[in-house]
Structures are given as structure tokens and as C-alpha cells.
Design a protein around this ligand. Structure first.
Ligand code: NAP
Length: 244
């Protein structure tokens, strides 16, 4: 049986990815940091509804030591990791001139260093198995940049560069590395936007609706699967046509 590790799976897009991959038959390593109760509830829902095993592991993905311990625990239980979804991340809306060095480091650490930390810990196992699929969650703002989100956009553009370079390096080991660039997805991350702002944003979405975690998770499950066996180094936009 195959195993998938999803970072930031206690809420939002990560939870949807854990459910979609459980539905596809993967054992789940469900990473969380602050939302312990939510993570354990999701783990129970998955274990009760799908014939898979679930391991919920607390780790701050910004911290290499905690990540190494999490991956070690996952390998002790499941022996291999077939799919890695680097999803955990944070947002920051601020004028660039108000963005402090601490703000900058927080966003780069949570959104980009985390992707290095977890992928570095998992890649050796995938290389020795000569098999694996890594799906990184970037953002449309990593593709085109957002005003008042320079740190966030830079971190997510970094994830796209990371994906393309690693795809080239790991292809010979039969490991695919792809990236999703979601548009506006209704999760806690969007809770700071006013109803008025959301109405204006919606007018810019050709398909006329905000995305859901499931919309992203379905694309993740596809890229993780053998149906995508000839796809690597790609950025798949899941944005209702907002960026084309
Ligand atoms: P969310 O609802 O705010 O959830 C964020 C998740 O990341 C939570 O599970 C949180 O875990 C986890 N997380 C944050 N910092 C962490 C850390 N240091 N260590 C471990 N886990 C951490 O956000 P979301 O909307 O689902 O976003 C998920 C990903 O999609 C992010 O990378 C985000 O940038 C990207 N994205 C989102 C949108 C959108 O419109 N929502 C659009 C484009 C891209 P805890 O609560 O347990 O701490």
C-alpha cells in the first residue's frame, strides 16, 4: 500500500488533499503544527471512512530537526513515502515598505524553507525506492506577483523554481516533481478579506466562483497518480481562469 505525507493538513487545502489521497487508497501522514485537535479529528474521520491508516504528526515545517523527526516516525510506521504534498504555508498582506525583515523571514521560512526541509528529508527514501511523486503548492501570485504581497509572491515564485530544478535532478530516479498554482480558494487564509473585497475579487474570476480545497486536492491527486506518469516539472493552475 502506498503512503502520502501532506504538510499543513489540519485545515483548508491540506485537509482536502489528505481526504482526496485517502480516497485514492493512500495511507496518510497528516502533518500539523498549531491545530492539534483539528488534526486529530481529521485523522479520525479519514481512518473511520477509508480503508487506510493515518498517522498525525506535529512538526513545525520551518524547523529541519522537527521535520527530520516527523519523517523518521512516518518511515518507522509505513517504511516508505510515495507521495509528498508540500502544502503548509502562511499569507502576508502588507505594503512592501511596511514589510519588516522579520515579516520577510517568517514568510520565506514558512513557505519556501519548509519545502526544502521536508523534501530533503523525504527525497533519500524516494531515491532508494526509485519511485515517488512530489506536489508543491505554490500560488498564482508566484506566477504573476501580487501588490502588497511581495514576500508571499517571492516565496511562491521560489517554490516554482524549486519544482522545475528538482524535477530535472530527480527524473533519473523516477521521481516526478510538480506544482499547483491555486487562485482564490475559500479557506481560513482568505478570512482577512472583507465581503466587499471578496465581491470585487470574484468579478475577476472568469468561472465566476471562488475555488474550494477539493478543487486543488483533485489536481493534487491527479499529479500524484500514475495518470500523470509522463508529467514532471509543471505548474498546473487551479484558478477559475483568473490567471491564464
Ligand atoms: P490555511 O487554511 O491557513 O491552512 C494553513 C495550513 O498550513 C494549516 O494546516 C497550518 O497548520 C499549516 N501550517 C502553517 N504554518 C505551519 C508550520 N510552520 N508548520 C506546519 N504547518 C504549518 O491555508 P490554505 O488556504 O489551506 O493554504 C494552504 C496552502 O495553499 C498554502 O501554502 C497557501 O499559501 C496555498 N495557497 C492558498 C490559496 C488560498 O486562496 N487559500 C491560494 C494559493 C495558494 P496548523 O493550523 O496546524 O498550524
Amino acid at each position: 500500500m502506498k503512503t502520502a505525507l501532506i504538510t499543513g493538513a489540519s485545515r483548508g487545502i491540506g485537509t482536502a488533499c489528505a481526504i482526496a489521497l485517502a480516497k485514492s487508497g493512500y495511507n496518510i501522514v497528516l502533518n500539523y503544527f498549531n491545530s492539534e485537535e483539528k488534526a486529530h479529528n481529521i485523522a479520525k474521520i479519514i481512518a473511520d471512512n477509508y480503508s487506510v491508516e493515518v498517522l498525525a504528526v506535529k512538526a513545525d515545517v520551518r524547523d529541519k530537526e522537527q521535520v527530520d523527526t516527523m519523517v523518521q516516525k512516518a518511515l518507522e510506521k509505513f517504511e516508505k513515502i510515495d507521495v509528498l504534498v508540500n502544502n503548509a504555508g502562511i499569507a502576508l498582506q502588507k505594503l512592501f515598505t511596511d514589510t519588516t525583515a522579520d515579516d520577510w523571514n517568517d514568510v520565506i521560512c514558512a513557505n519556501l524553507n519548509s519545502v526544502y526541509n521536508v523534501t530533503h528529508a523525504v527525497a533519500k527514501n524516494m531515491i532508494s525506492n526509485h519511485s515517488g511523486s512530489i506536489v508543491n503548492i505554490s500560488s498564482m501570485w508566484g506566477q504573476v506577483g501580487a501588490s502588497c504581497e511581495v514576500a508571499y509572491s517571492a516565496s511562491k515564485a521560489g517554490v516554482i523554481g524549486f519544482t522545475k530544478a528538482l524535477a530535472k535532478e530527480l527524473a533519473l530516479s523516477n521521481i516526478r516533481v510538480n506544482c499547483i498554482a491555486p487562485g482564490v480558494i475559500m479557506t481560513d487564509m482568505m478570512s482577512s478579506f472583507s465581503e466587499e473585497d471578496l465581491k470585487l475579487i470574484k468579478e475577476d474570476i472568469p468561472l465566476g466562483e471562488f475555488g474550494t480545497g477539493k478543487n486543488v486536492a483533485d489536481a493534487v491527486a491527479f499529479l500524484a497518480s500514475d495518470k500523470a506518469q509522463y508529467i514532471t516539472g509543471q505548474v498546473l493552475s487551479v484558478n477559475g481562469g483568473m490567471v491564464i
